[in-house]
Design a protein around this ligand. Structure first.
Ligand code: NAP
Length: 480
């Protein structure tokens, strides 16, 4: 069967780029999902100009029409969740239930922001001067560049695009080159939603080729980025130099604390889910398991037993717990961190080796290292794969100290039956999101998402807090 070609969406037209690149299934590298075009700087420029031209009408247009279009997009995504979830599992390597879950999240996000189109409000406040009134309103920021990573190929494009459009902005979306399929499918749905040409543009291609032209384009008013700290840092500096608004969501080195009084079965289950589900490729994954002395032997034994029962295989296979790593480069990075952890003195007690299954894919047995300390690279740097390490501590105070002993601050979790420790941890954890007896990953779509320290920069994403980034405030004085 001929491989289908997929083009960029610019000003309502499907446009071929300089060349095409294949989208490969990491569960079976012989399976090519499709060919996806690669834009150059000139095409990027055309997309930004189309968005600029569409902005005046869209930003002042009828909000009921906006809400209807977003609702229609959400409805179609939800109706096609199995099909799109299959595409997602095929291109990224999440298991099918995880893929369907992510697609459902994307659909619900569009429906949430359909409602937000009608809920944006301002304030009227009395002036300190007689005969004057003051209005505070929120307006669109303008044309927004959205740059997304490979690990959530539909949810992250959705959670940036939906609020951007809801609040009246126009968009140029650059998805990760590794997984363009879901972003293309989203663009195709948006192209039939009634949203005018140029309001939403999709430009696929490599960050190293079109990243700088997008971030530095004078027609781009703001950048919302999710990805690694290195690229985020560079974008922040470029935006500062051009005085552009910027929002960055970056990596994590999230701690999962297990206290002596934890429910053992629950602690093991949430640790396995946090560390290894979605192949550990979640910014909110727990890669540091911080375990107190009293429960340590029982916890380690139960973890090894649970990990031995995990089924690793083709993301679309029935009953599979963990799919492949998303790419060869990421697999090599994961394996190299297992070696780094061992060389630093860590003990590999489970997994950590490449698995050969019937089809050639990027399979890795989830790895667990013990005898690690906070100073080791394995506990300071983001691996971004199914690799976790245990830090053994004496009690709660040391556990909290180690949990916060990281340059990152995205998500954190504690397993305990003590209200006292749960409350203290909630208050003193230096993370943007805290989980009590829940996995560090797995969040709602209608509340703010984001972190502290080196994990995030700028205002929060998602929920109604998204308006802080996607709108700008105007204060108007009126003589009465
Ligand atoms: P990445 O390498 O930083 O890439 C992210 C995006 O930036 C991709 O679209 C990439 O394009 C693009 N890019 C690369 N170079 C660029 C440049 N010079 N200018 C502008 N854009 C450029 O990250 P990733 O490997 O895709 O994703 C994994 C990272 O994302 C992890 O660190 C993870 O923790 C983080 N993440 C964070 C969150 C959160 O909400 N905090 C959520 C998910 C993931 P190409 O891929 O096409 O080169």
């Amino acid at each position: 069967m001929a491989i289908q070609k997929h083009d960029n969406l610019i000003n309502g037209q499907w446009v071929a780029g300089a060349h095409y690149a294949p989208n490969i299934n990491p569960s079976n590298i012989a399976d090519v999902i499709g060919d996806y075009t690669q834009a150059d700087a000139a095409q990027l420029d055309a997309a930004v100009k189309a968005a600029q031209a569409a902005l005046p009408a869209w930003s002042t247009g009828n909000i009921q029409a906006r809400a209807d279009a977003l609702d229609k997009i959400g409805t179609e995504i939800l109706a096609r969740r199995e099909e799109l979830g299959t595409l997602l599992a095929r291109e990224e390597g999440k298991t099918l239930p995880e893929g369907i879950g992510e697609v459902s999240r994307a659909g619900n996000i569009f429906k949430f922001f359909a409602g937000e189109c009608l809920r944006l409000s301002g304030e009227i406040v009395p002036s300190v001067r007689s005969g004057v009134s003051v209005e505070i309103t929120r307006e669109p920021v303008g044309v927004i560049g959205l740059i997304t990573p490979w690990n959530f190929p539909i949810a992250i494009p959705a959670w940036k695009t939906a609020p951007a459009l809801a609040y009246g902005n126009c968009v140029v979306l650059k998805p990760a080159d590794l997984v363009p399929g879901c972003a293309w499918a989203l663009a195709e749905i948006i192209s039939r939603s009634g949203i005018p040409a140029g309001v939403f543009n999709l430009v696929m291609g490599r960050g190293s080729v079109i990243g700088d032209p997008l971030v530095n384009h004078p027609g781009i008013n703001a950048i919302s980025f999710t990805g690694s700290q290195g690229v985020g840092n560079r974008i922040a500096q470029q935006c500062a130099a051009n005085l552009k608004k910027v929002q960055l969501e970056m990596g994590g080195k999230n701690p999962q604390v297990i206290l002596d009084d934890a429910d053992l079965a629950q602690a093991v289950e949430l640790s396995v889910q946090s560390a290894f589900f979605s192949t550990g490729q979640r910014c909110t994954a727990a890669s540091r398991l911080i375990v107190t002395d009293g429960i340590y032997p029982k916890f380690l034994g139960a973890m090894k037993q649970r990990m031995a029962g995990l089924k690793i295989g083709d993301a679309l296979g029935a009953g599979i717990d963990i799919g492949p790593v998303s790419s060869r480069a990421q697999l090599e990075q994961d394996l190299s961190y297992v070696e780094i952890g061992k060389a630093e003195g860590g003990l590999l007690v489970a997994g950590g080796e490449r698995l050969k299954l019937s089809a050639e894919g990027f399979y890795l047995a989830p790895a667990l290292l013990t005898d690690t300390t906070a100073a080791m690279r394995i506990n300071r740097e983001e691996v971004f794969g199914p690799v976790a390490s245990i830090i053994r501590v004496k009690g709660y105070e040391e556990a909290l100290r180690e949990a916060n002993n990281t340059p990152y601050g995205l998500s954190s979790g504690i397993a305990t039956t003590s209200l006292k420790y749960a409350s203290h941890f909630k208050r003193h954890s230096q993370a943007g999101m805290v989980m009590v007896n829940l996995p560090t990953a797995g969040v709602d779509y209608h509340v703010p998402f984001g972190g502290r320290k080196g994990s995030s920069y700028g205002s929060r994403e998602q929920g109604r807090y998204a308006h802080e980034f996607f709108t700008t405030v105007k204060t108007t004085y009126i003589a009465s």
